[in-house]
Design a protein around this ligand. Sequence first.
Ligand code: SF4
Ligand code: SF4
Length: 395
Amino acid sequence: MSVAATFQRAFRTNRIDPYPMEILKRVDRPTTAVKENKIPRLDERESGFNRALRGDWGASLSHERHRFVAKHPLSGALVQMQFTLSELVDGMAAARQAPGTQDPVRMARHIKETAYFLRADQVGICELPPYSVYSHSMATGEPVELGHKYAIAILIDQDFKTADASVGNDWISNSMSFLSYSTSGFIACILADYIRRLGYPARAHHARNYQVVVPPILLWAGLGEMCRIGDIVLNPFLGPRFKAAVVTTDLPLAIDKPIDFGLQDFCDRCRQCARYCPSGAIPFGDKQMINGYQKWPNDMEKCTRQRVGNKLGSGCGVCVCVCPWNKPYTPFHRFIQWTMRNFPVARNFAVWGDEIMGYVPPNQKNKWWLDLEEVDGELKVPARAGSRGNWRPSG
Ligand code: SF4
Ligand code: SF4
């Protein structure tokens, strides 16, 4: 074999994922114990944000919820795009199935490559768990009927550089979330339309028009494990620094398996998010069986009050910023993540390592956004932003 051919064989790959998903340990069931027959279908109208809006937690929080999106001009612009996308989630499938679309393995690969072409950061596929379908939609108030067989989950990174500069409790936090919601929704709407044009039913689910609960889909699609922060899934390459959209469909697709990268043990030891959470919404204790999931019980009301009622910023993502898995994807950090995945003893040093490497304080040199607050129709410079939580090291 020529030198050139040897080089190409060694370094060129036909891997389709931007991240090396193939090195992760696959398991038959999620690492969180799930009792399917105990999981109730959730009503999206009972979400924390909707309860704040309708005044369950007082008139003042309801008032803040009304101005939550437009409180910062960039977050207002990002959510405006989500409202536009909310009209584009569904439609009629073409009358005939396109040739060559019946092979599930081929189509799973093709759909992932299409999503990556559309600039998704990670994609996973699972069968749609019936319990992940909302009982009622917040957008319409109507009961949800969704019989699709498969779910395609699309992740978008919220951007490490921004997370590195942000304290989490400041004027960019909402925009980080909304960037990922808008972008993943944009990809999901195009992907669902494409699948319908291939002759199969498909519906996009994004932040302004979900009919599905996202975390169980991410678990079964092999995109992460449940973490201490609560009802969110943590990804081995992005940490908690992402948001997701979903496409449900009857297009035949080969499915992925759940992953195990040691996170249940890691979160048992770490607790960094609980130390820094400004509202005390994240527990220090053990997991509990809640609604069919064995998970850490976060306090939805405290978290919602902090994010919606924050006087020092728009939203809150302190837990995302301080998590040891929130890192750039450099060769050094890939090596550290490999040790954390494979050597339980290394997990004891993760928080200490973050302190030594200077990741705990925000890196203000990377700050690029404008601190602005919309008050009574006028943009003002706020007196100050929040901090990375309310915990300080002793000594
Ligand atoms: Fe995370 Fe902030 Fe909510 Fe605490 S209050 S769980 S740090 S978003
Ligand atoms: Fe788990 Fe630590 Fe991240 Fe919290 S900060 S989610 S405990 S790894």
